[in-house]
Design a protein around this ligand. Structure first.
Ligand code: NAD
Length: 447
């Protein structure tokens, strides 16, 4: 699905006209390709204290990045990391934040700004709480000011999580990389120091077996491609009616296809049986299969309500229960579910869909603790507007408007969701527990 407007405002004469008229000028986003370096230039690490020094030391020693500790206006930093974990008063924000401001105008296209801070706690002194919560507002506003496809995101660490824990640097790497091209304005909680860094960053899922539902097309097909690229063996699941496309995807990723309606009572058992028989194990389940049956509630019919709830949430609950009670899903397992910004902000005509997607967010929060004993996690990804067959059905004018309603002024691509799923499925995300990460370009709706 292509965005003609984005192409027009980035080429020749129409680019000039759009500029003169003050029209939105979305920048083409740079996506990840294997072998791509993490950053294309220096990284500026700002912030005072031993934790800030430790993080800067890690980036320089372990990842061989060109780390600068003081802002030199005019230098084209490819990324800025604001290490703010030791803040005790909002007064301490001004020095590092104004230093970021001094380099913003010279950031190259597709630059990254990432804050690293601590989560406010109920027993914080008021000044500490104010400083910590202040980072939230600062980051969300800064992300809205960035241009040229640059993004701003934050990591919010629980009290006892060291800044160089695998879960922290793993998430930082995701935010710094082009894998997070359409993730913008988000604050991701790092709940624990759990998880591990891969020996090979090109194959973080090596040796893992992953099931992806709804894999015949759209976002699901892209998730299958991305998990396979990262080294996983993929079982692609979709309804029998999509059998031909499903086999194409399964063959492309050198995985196997399982024709299955996820709403079947025995779906969990069949998934497990297939994975164990064909591949010997099951480590990752991506609940991606989803449908929309939009109607205003006043016109909603039982079949439209029930089918959406059945596919989008009830099936996931049933499959998870089968896996959790099987005794065969216990080696640092990962569940990643597709939610939606509609489930957070609500959307007219989508009470059924939003109930199901809000349900996904509640489900992962309550499921994560059940997996913790096995070193496992459950998390959700909430896409905003993504260019797929699902959104191609939206009326043309509504679709054009929907694309522009985020800080990056464009729709995301299926691969943007897939990269985020792959990150949450990876060992490095072991400290992200029961959370929802939006892939929406900082959509204006919702929190
Ligand atoms: P899509 O309609 O293009 O693909 C969905 C796939 O799920 C299809 O292959 C379909 O056959 C399969 N499927 C449907 N019901 C099934 C069932 N009962 N059993 C097995 N497979 C089934 O959708 P998409 O745009 O790729 O969306 C994928 C997921 O992302 C969905 O959960 C959707 O709600 C979510 N999402 C999409 C967007 C977006 O902008 N496209 C935004 C937010 C969330």
């Amino acid at each position: 699905m292509s965005d003609t407007y984005l192409n027009l405002v980035n080429s020749g004469f129409t680019k000039k006209v759009a500029k003169q008229l003050g029209l939105p000028q979305p920048a083409p986003l740079r996506r990840y390709e294997p072998g791509q370096p993490l950053l294309q230039g220096a990284v500026l690490v700002l912030g005072r204290g031993s934790e800030s020094d430790a993080l800067a030391g890690f980036l320089s020693a372990d990842w061989d990045l060109d780390v600068h500790r003081h802002a030199t206006p005019g230098t084209r930093y490819s990324a800025v990391v604001l290490a703010l974990t030791e803040l005790t008063h909002p007064d301490q924000l001004s020095e590092p934040v104004l230093a970021v401001g001094s380099v913003l105008k010279s950031l190259p296209k597709g630059a990254r700004v990432v804050t690293v801070s601590r989560a406010p706690r109920a027993d914080d002194a008021p000044a500490v709480a104010a400083a910590r919560q202040g980072v939230d507002g600062l980051l969300r506003s800064l992300a809205k000011e960035l241009r040229g496809g640059s993004t701003g995101n934050g990591l919010v660490l629980a009290a006892d999580v060291p800044v160089t824990a695998p879960s922290v640097v793993g998430a930082l790497r995701f935010f710094l990389s082009t894998k997070s091209a359409f993730v913008d304005g988000q604050l991701l909680a790092i709940d624990s120091a759990a998880g591990s860094l891969p020996s090979d960053w090109e194959k973080p899922l090596a040796g893992r077996v992953a099931v992806v539902t709804g894999a015949a097309r759209g976002i699901g097909a892209s998730i299958a491609d991305t998990l396979a690229r990262d080294g996983a063996t993929v079982v692609a699941v979709d309804v029998p009616a999509a059998g031909e496309q499903l086999v194409t995807v399964a063959n492309r990723v050198r995985g196997t296809a399982l024709q299955l309606d996820v709403t079947a009572d025995d779906a969990g058992a069949r998934i497990l049986e297939h994975a164990l028989q064909r591949h010997g194990r099951l480590d990752i389940v991506v609940h991606n299969a989803g449908i929309t049956r939009d109607k205003l509630l006043a016109n909603m019919t039982p079949d439209k309500w029930d089918s959406v709830l059945a596919v989008n949430i009830a099936s996931q609950l049933r499959i998870n229960e089968a896996l959790l009670t099987s005794g065969d899903f216990t080696d640092a397992p990962r569940i990643v579910s597709l939610a939606s910004t509609s489930g957070i902000a609500g959307n007219r005509g989508q009470t059924n869909y939003a109930a199901s997607k809000g349900g996904v967010i509640g489900m992962v929060r309550a499921t994560a603790p059940l997996l913790e004993a096995f070193g496992g996690t459950a998390n959700a990804v909430a896409p905003g507007f993504i260019e797929t067959e699902m959104t191609a059905r939206i009326p043309a004018v509504t679709r054009q408007v929907a694309r522009r309603l985020n800080s990056l002024q464009q729709g995301g691509q299926p691969v943007d969701v897939a990269e985020t799923v792959a990150f949450l499925a990876s060992p490095a995300a072991g400290g992200v527990v029961g959370r929802v990460l939006r892939v929406c370009g900082q959509n204006m709706v919702g929190q």
